[in-house]
Design a protein around this ligand. Sequence first.
Ligand code: ZN
Ligand code: ZN
Ligand code: FE
Length: 766
Amino acid sequence: MRNSRQWQLLVEGTVQGVGFRPFVARTAAQLGLAGEVCNTPHGVTIALEGSDEALAAFRRALESDPPPLARIQRIDCREESPTGLTGFQIRSSRGAGGGTLISPDIAPCAECLAELDDTDDRRHDYPFINCTNCGPRYSIIAGVPYDRPKTTMRAFMLCPACRTEYEDALDRRFHAQPNACAECGPKLEFVASSSREIGVSGNPLDDALSTLAEGRIVAIKGVGGYHLACDANDEAAVAELRRRKQRDEKPLAVMVGDLDAARALCHLSEAEARLLASPQRPIVLAHRRADAPIAAGVAPGNRNLGIMLPSSPLHHLLFSGSRVTGHGSRALVMTSGNISDEPIAYEDDEAFDRLKNIADAFLTHDRGIHVRIDDSIVREMDGAPLILRRARGFVPEPIHLSFELPPLFAAGADMKGALCVAAGRNAILSQHLGDLEHAAAARSLEETTQHLLTLFDVTPEIIACDLHPDYTSTRFAHLFSKRITNHESRITAVQHHHAHIASCMAENDLPNEPVIGIALDGTGLGIDGTIWGGELLVADYAGFTRAAHLAPVPMPGGDKAAREPWRMALAYAGETAADCFDGIPREQRDLVLQMLEKGINCPTTSSCGRLFDAVAALVGLRTVNAFEGQAAMEFEQICDEACDEAYGYAIENAQIHFAPMIEQIITDISSNTPQSIIAARFHNTLIEALTESCQRIRDGSRITNHESRVCFSGGCFQNARLAAGLEKKLEDQGFAVYTHALVPPNDGGIALGQAVVAAHRAAHIC
Ligand code: ZN
Ligand code: ZN
Ligand code: FE
């Protein structure tokens, strides 16, 4: 065949450790192209020689049908003079790690699952089956380049059969670093916690299942850490798990075997079913069925249920047909292996130590977890996914930007710790680290920072953090800066709500032009030293002005007011509201009223989260939050769908006053208006007030009618009723609305915003 042309391609993105080179070799062979493919620090390089048609067909295949885990960001194609290449070679990796990207941990692919089920396959029922299209990645990688010795699989020697697959360029397991079989790979083990009397048969899986069927609690080692599992239909087991875990009311996640089982628990939309079955296998928050066969204690007072499908072959085996009928476990509670809000336990010794008083037994194995990573949580918003907790399956997939960032590190915020490491056009948001108030989470911030900087070969020139000097993340940023530079001059402190808006702009790849940013959340330090949280900013990446905000109210008792919504109700409604709270001792109510009157220990706040708290408490939904945002979450869920009425409000001097609304709500309460109607009217009022504020900002500023972009960010935008309602209303007024999808709207996404703001401030942008 005559080789008419030669192409040199450089493919950038997540293209290593995902079966990319075999795919290239196969495709080239099918099209009769000669050449070679090779991993480099920047991606994959491909040399091809052949006819015009074959080259064009190759490019089409690359663009339309790459391996499932590959994420191609850029293809650079140069034409060279033909050099008479023959055959096709896969060359081994060149150079060190550097710019290449690592794949997240991915649930078993269809081919692996078929083998797992196949009684004739040599990996039948093997709990660690994987291939280049699936399996653990980020959680087992200790360093770069991504090669077996740099993973926790280094302890296992490939047997001859596995080695043959590993070395065969056309095999599905070519260079699949975690490749293993029962002969040579990791093994399961079942261990009863000391002091518990549990029979051990020698088949770890059967032992775990029969222990679960007896209503006991088993700690199960998953992809990124230990879960605590129990039978989700067993009321007593669930109650016992809550007691031992010291988790009173927060919903527990449930794992089921397949989509049919998921549909028995929840009403699933098409989008939700797709999310559940996606290779990332997140926890999906879905609307639970009234008749869902599940213990009430799983998600008390919650109309939603967090459900997920098996995310590893081991999980699949817990649900495979024959076993389940034997033990009757159709749904398992699978909650993070920790006490309360600490980070998930992932190291074996640590897990045994921390969980031995919670779990009756452990289903564990000898494949190490290098990086702790929780389950991701996703919710469908208007047909599109919104990530609420970004972790397994999504991390470390980069957020691709249209501008170049200098090497940098952003420390994020405290409540939902997550950091960002960036260089070039990629920003890598770390996994959710938990509440940094906990020492273990704070340690995790330090370890994860170091790990991501090493993996992506980034030496930060800029370090960004929150404006709040007392955040653990802020302190760590200063410490870290000192450590690498001996001085702190490279630190940029970024205002909390500016970072929220910048993170939404960056995720939507918006240019550096002013937008109206609506940042609604619980708390964040403002530049005037007060607590902000109901902000309308006119912002670009470099700066912002506070164009409007909720009128500040006192927060009696400071942080205590966030845990006890009844305090906020008194702050908004005063004396009149005091009678609504019979459950709170009279003296306490009087004390808070006095604090308000005299302004003692009453920092002011414009927080939208606190407004939600106040109103939810007023209508009698709850006086105390068992976890962050609980009252607000329940308030959203009770909304009457059909009600389109609203209360009054006033906008004066760019401040939104809700006093008229509060008065009308109190009238509604005394006339026994249903909570669901009050909740709907409240949401509608908020939407109207924010829309009018945006119109006023547009009318009074240089933001033109044609280009009035609005960005939503902040934890309150986890509320679908608020987000969808506000988006629609704004679009009716000619605004273009941008929202989060793959970056959490809550503080888990804030490090991305810090990163882009700090880079623009330093004017390092190309
Ligand atoms: Zn596979
Ligand atoms: Zn083997
Ligand atoms: Fe926030």
